[in-house]
Write a protein that binds this ligand. Structure first.
Ligand code: NAI
Length: 332
């Protein structure tokens, strides 16, 4: 039976890496009909809004989307389409596996982390206003409901993935109420999972510990903004943003995307590493039960990594996006 999914190419390097993933899926003979969505700057030009209702309706209908990065203007302009999508579909779990890859040389070996990020609230929501000229308030909302459900997700994931420990990363020494509530909810949920250990660490120390001794961590549970920052840091441990993908999961809808952004400096130059988006597609396939196809594509991707050849520039090679894609397809 075929699938009918949404496809968001996104901005910058988005169209290049998304096209690469689509080609790999086609070559692996996964039967997917794509509904191509326009969001962000292109949607503003065409529809006058970055996230038209007609696009939201398509995601609601097909439930699953593969998404490239979408540019968010810095300091002014429209609000993040990424944040809006996560809120609209209540995609409360952001799940990012970060693992060392065969053949990809980095400063660290044997990294195997699961990052679970609360995806709907916290300071990352961008709820801000000017109080008076020169004074701005940015509001951090933390609720018992959202903190509990993301903790549930983290512990369930720990059980499903046969992990031993969940570390809650926070700043509850300073933000005693908000991060305090996040931590308290995680501790309550942990009581239901006696086989999984829980510990916690203040986010600044956790950032240092991650680059000094990343092997001490297993599953990391973070509120939205810390999750955003720490998952980029963790991507750096395994070879960079061109390699790591994430799933945004709600009760009904799910959006799979690379962790990286639109990388404007290399956009349109056929230089982007498509691996993160291909990995997002692999996660998407596993989500819908296409495990055989997912394993096949992952094996082909790892074969290219193991060969140590045909890497894009971010991995120290000289291959183009298209060449790397061709190599992966040839390895299928
Ligand atoms: P970025 O992730 O686009 O780039 C950071 C660095 O990583 C740059 O040096 C870039 O060249 C490199 N890089 C990223 N992806 C790569 C790939 N696949 N292959 C090779 N090198 C790669 O982060 P930046 O510059 O902070 O953000 C650019 C734009 O992307 C912003 O508008 C931001 O809002 C947006 N963004 C969107 C995301 C999303 O749609 N989920 C996530 C992160 C940022």
């Amino acid at each position: 039976m075929g699938h009918h999914f949404c496809l968001i190419e996104g901005d910058g390097i988005g169209p290049e890496v998304v096209e690469s993933a689509v080609k790999v899926l086609e070559a692996a003979k996964v039967n997917i009909k794509w509904e191509r969505l326009i969001v962000g700057e292109a949607a503003i030009k065409k529809y006058g809004t970055p996230l038209p209702e007609s696009m939201l309706a398509l995601i609601r209908k097909h439930k699953i989307a593969l998404k490239g990065p979408v540019t968010t203007p810095v300091g002014s302009g429209f609000s993040s389409v990424n944040v809006a999508l996560r809120k609209e579909f209540n995609l409360y779990s952001n799940f990012r596996p970060v693992k060392s890859l065969p053949g990809v040389k980095t400063r660290f070996d044997n990294i195997d982390l699961y990052i679970v990020r609360e995806n709907t609230e916290g300071l990352y929501s961008g709820i801000e206003h000017t109080v008076t000229a020169g004074v701005v308030e940015s509001i951090k909302i933390v609720t018992k409901e959202a903190s509990t459900r993301i903790a549930e997700f983290a512990f369930k994931t720990a059980v499903a993935q046969k992990r031993k420990k969940v570390t809650v990363i926070h700043k509850a020494n300073i933000m005693k109420l908000s991060d305090g509530l996040f931590l308290e909810c995680a501790r309550k949920v942990a009581k239901k999972y006696p086989k999984i250990k829980i510990d916690d660490m203040i986010v600044d120390n956790a950032s240092m510990q991650l680059v000094m001794n990343p092997w001490q961590f297993d599953v990391l549970l973070l509120e939205n903004l810390y999750g955003d920052i720490v998952s980029d840091l963790a991507a750096g441990l395994v070879g960079g943003l061109g390699l790591v993908a994430g799933a945004n999961l709600g009760k009904r809808e799910a959006i799979f995307e690379p962790v990286h952004g639109s990388a404007p400096l290399i956009a349109g130059k056929n230089k982007a590493n498509p691996s993160a988006t291909i990995t997002a597609a692999i996660m998407m396939l596993r989500h819908v039960g296409e495990n055989k196809a997912a394993n096949k594509i992952e094996k082909a991707l790892f074969k290219v990594f193991k060969s140590g050849k045909g890497f894009t520039e971010d991995l120290g090679g000289r291959a183009s996006t298209q060449t790397m894609t061709k190599n992966i397809i040839a390895s299928l």
